[in-house]
Write a protein that binds this ligand. Structure first.
Ligand code: FES
Length: 262
């Protein structure tokens, strides 16, 4: 039997470490790189949404797809010529769809971990004290809203399908340019990231008790699980590819890059 004395520390009391961390390795490097990577994506995104060089036949900038308005900047970039938003809309067309892929990434399990660590320092790394005195996890508003990630997944799948369609149009176009392959690579990476989502894994086979009774779902789950195991890598690769492909199309549209490199 354990004996306690009046001087013994309470069992639940945390170790009283006076320094922020006892780690001597470069634990700050990963959060710093993540901070720089995500910040560059945010800065580029703001610029791209405000930029109007969306289209250079046959390329459509991914940040503006689908272009849903009747505005001139959407000419040639509309999906099946469709413009469900009326003439009244005067803001950048990219703003209309920004919330769907943006919300999907913002609530992604991997990105949550990365920006909680690199932006909110909660904590910045394992065994490094965080600057916040209170921790409520994702149990309260606003972070409880992260649970809507599963719904964003369906919209992200739709956006992924549209980007793939745009890439196929570019690849079958004659003459074919470098941009066609850039858009196709981007579509593959976007789909790899989207299908590797934890929500997708749950949709394919969550709550199943017997894989043997659902062979198709089992196969889908196996495929999604493989993507899911590298979700972090897909997240970064697709983030840089969508940024690169978008910039490429805009540079072609502005006449800065010309055929055969276009
Ligand atoms: Fe990352 Fe769903 S968990 S996209």
């Amino acid at each position: 039997m354990t004996q306690t004395t009046p001087d013994a520390p309470a069992r639940k009391q945390r170790a009283q470490v006076k320094v922020r961390t006892l780690r001597t390795d470069r634990w700050w490097l990963t959060p710093l790189l993540v901070f720089l990577g995500l910040s560059s994506f945010l800065i580029y995104g703001v610029w791209a949404i405000l930029d109007t060089s969306n289209f250079a036949e046959p390329y459509i900038a991914p940040f503006a797809a689908p272009c849903l308005t009747t505005q001139e900047v959407c000419d040639g970039a509309r999906l099946f010529g469709w413009a469900p938003v009326g003439d009244w809309y005067a803001l950048p067309p990219g703003l209309l769809i920004l919330g769907l892929p943006g919300g999907f990434r913002l609530t992604c399990y991997y990105y949550r971990k990365s920006y909680y660590r690199s932006f909110w320092l909660s904590p910045a790394a394992c065994a490094v004290q965080e600057p916040h005195g209170k921790y409520t996890g994702e149990t309260r508003f606003p972070l409880i809203m992260q649970n809507i990630h599963r719904y964003f997944f369906y919209f992200a799948l739709l956006i992924g399908a549209i980007l793939t369609y745009d890439a196929v149009l570019a690849v079958v176009h004659k003459p074919i340019g470098l941009g066609s392959w850039i858009l196709m690579l981007n579509a593959v990476l976007i789909l790899g990231y989207t299908l590797g989502c934890h929500s997708c894994r749950h949709i394919t086979a969550g709550r199943l008790n017997h894989f043997s009774r659902h062979p198709l779902r089992y196969r889908a789950w196996t495929f999604v699980s493989k993507l899911n195991a590298k979700h972090q890598q897909w997240a970064w690769a697709s983030m840089f590819s969508v940024m690169g492909a978008d910039l490429y199309v805009r540079l072609v549209a502005k006449g800065i890059i010309a055929f055969p490199f276009a």
